[in-house]
Design a protein around this ligand. Structure first.
Ligand code: ZN
Length: 272
């Protein structure tokens, strides 16, 4: 039901501007983007900065997170003119500068190459639970369970799935890991990056499930990232499928903020 608007919102951009406008770079002004081409699709990556700079998601990191969820090996990395891609970062993802193509216009995916895009979104925009039926809540748990199939915890063997409210539907993310641990992305941050890279605006609420955990609880980096993009409510679905709910403010008191951002909406303004 949502696929029409998602398709038109995400496909066939004739300029890089559509992608750069989705990056969040209030601290550096470097709205970096890439499109990583695999066998099954084109994976957009956009830079998502954080007031705590090391918590920033690099464009390449986000795109590889997406491709990894879909088990898709990347063969070509497209970038706009003038944007530098750090060779060390490429190398960290098993890629090389020979795979980078600088192009005045972004490649346009055929509709089949974007088959994975509708997979990410569910046709519902809200994770609100106060007035939701037991059946609907059960459906959400099933979606979390299905999303675990995209998890690639090749080192930790600890799968995690997340559902995130956005204006284009609930988007799903799973954790992906690489041999260089800090370059992997938790389920929450894969969902947040995917939302932004696909032109959606993250909403208030995220739901996270870690089936192997007694207590499912987002890590500190994810909390800092959630705060930066304005997520206010966190539902934690534990290993036994019991669910607890916390406001962001109680999960990350005294969150790191700075006055360095050049946008008033930056520095954890809560997405207002
Ligand atoms: Zn995390």
């Amino acid at each position: 039901m949502k696929s029409t608007s998602i398709d038109s919102a995400n496909h066939s951009a004739s300029s890089w501007e559509m992608y750069t406008s989705r990056a969040y770079a209030p601290y550096s002004g470097r709205a970096e983007v890439v499109l990583c081409q695999g066998i099954h699709g084109l994976y957009p990556g956009v830079r998502i900065e954080n007031a705590s700079y090391p918590c920033t998601i690099e464009a390449l990191q986000g795109a590889f997170g997406l491709a990894t969820m879909f088990h898709d090996p990347i063969h070509t990395i497209w970038a706009p003119p003038g944007q530098r891609i750090d060779p060390a970062l490429l190398h960290a993802f098993g890629a090389s500068t020979q795979q980078v193509r600088v192009s005045e216009t972004p490649p346009t995916g055929s509709s089949s190459s974007w088959m994975w895009v509708p997979n990410l979104f569910l046709p519902e925009t809200s994770l609100e639970t106060d007035s939701v039926s037991a059946e609907r809540q059960q459906w959400r748990l099933q979606q979390l369970d299905k999303t675990l199939r995209w998890s690639r915890p090749s080192h930790s063997h600890f799968p995690v799935a997340a559902l995130l409210e956005t204006d284009l539907g609930i988007i799903r993310g799973a954790n992906t890991e690489t041999s260089i641990w800090p370059l992997g992305l938790c389920a929450e941050r894969n969902a947040i990056h995917a939302a932004k890279a696909l032109g959606a605006t993250p909403g208030d609420t995220i739901m996270v499930h870690a089936p192997k955990s007694q207590v499912c609880s987002p890590c500190g980096t994810c909390r800092q990232t959630m705060f930066e993009v304005g997520i206010h409510e966190v539902y934690m679905v534990h290993g036994d499928l019991s669910t607890t709910h916390y406001p962001m403010a109680s999960l990350l008191p005294f969150q790191f903020q700075s006055d360095l951002g050049n946008e008033s909406s930056g520095a954890g303004a809560g997405g207002k």
